[in-house]
Design a protein around this ligand. Structure first.
Ligand SMILES: [Zn+2]
Length: 251
């Protein structure tokens, strides 16, 4: 039975080839082989930090230095990370017209680095840092080099600098909601990759496609919250399965 995920890949390829409009929906699992552990996993940043103390609306006021220690640690982790075979396969599927774009929960920017053109960042992204008070932009390209004595970073107006990622206690950005609605509109195939469906409200998006009569394909290693939603399940890691799926789709 060890080859059964390859059979599921073949089914998935058949569905993708016939899709009117397919979209990929990705999460932390796709970036793990790029050296970015899932924040929620053992060894991830949430095993070192309490998210409420370093990544919440409240923490930006009560613990700005702690927020910034966390941001610098994240920057150190993101800085050397490069797209892996799964990101690249999705970019190629888009370039060849088999998927309309990627809706991601990740903030690491690796889909864009891989060459994906249409990327909707549901939880915000790591570019375009700004001052919370006056919204002036701040160049974050050296954030990974900052020393503890330089933290927290403030704007000349005194406001705290932050990245445009969704912190705990914040809602999904209006533009992300609008863009994801636009991307999912008319989508009849959703390709879930590397996300087990624990995070709300993002985890409700596959059900939306399913309820509209669409087909849901899932590429995830192990059991997930999408068991009742997925029509085709490829039980394999993204970096193994997506290049195989790509070859089957284009062959
Ligand atoms: Zn400012």
């Amino acid at each position: 039975m060890s080859e059964s995920w390859r059979e599921s890949c073949q089914q998935a390829a058949n569905v993708l080839r016939r899709a009117r409009r397919a979209v990929a929906f990705t999460g932390a699992g796709i970036s793990v082989p790029s050296g970015i552990p899932d924040f929620r996993s053992k060894g991830g940043l949430w095993s070192k930090y309490d998210p409420v103390e370093v990544a919440s609306l409240q923490a930006m006021t009560s613990n700005p230095a702690g927020v910034w220690r966390f941001l610098v640690d994240t920057a150190i982790m993101f800085h050397p990370a490069r797209p892996n075979s799964a990101h690249i396969a999705l970019a190629e599927l888009e370039r060849k017209g088999y998927i309309a774009g990627v809706l991601t929960q990740n903030i690491d920017g690796l889909h864009q680095q891989a060459g994906s053109e249409t990327v909707v960042e549901y939880h915000g992204g790591w570019d375009n840092w700004y001052c919370r008070r006056c919204y002036k932009g701040w160049d974050h390209s050296r954030a990974h080099e900052l020393t503890p004595g330089e933290l927290p970073v403030r704007c000349e107006c005194g406001g705290l600098i932050r990245p445009p990622v969704v912190f705990f206690g914040e809602g999904i950005p209006q533009d992300a909601l609008r863009e994801s609605d636009r991307l999912l509109s008319g989508t009849d195939v959703l390709l879930i990759v590397g996300t087990s469906g624990e995070v709300t409200p993002a985890n409700t998006l596959p059900r939306r496609v399913k309820n509209a009569g669409g087909t849901v394909i899932e590429i995830n290693l192990g059991r997930t919250w999408y068991e009742g939603v997925s029509d085709i399940r490829v039980d394999a890691s993204a970096e193994r399965a997506l290049p195989v799926l790509y070859d089957l789709v284009v062959s």
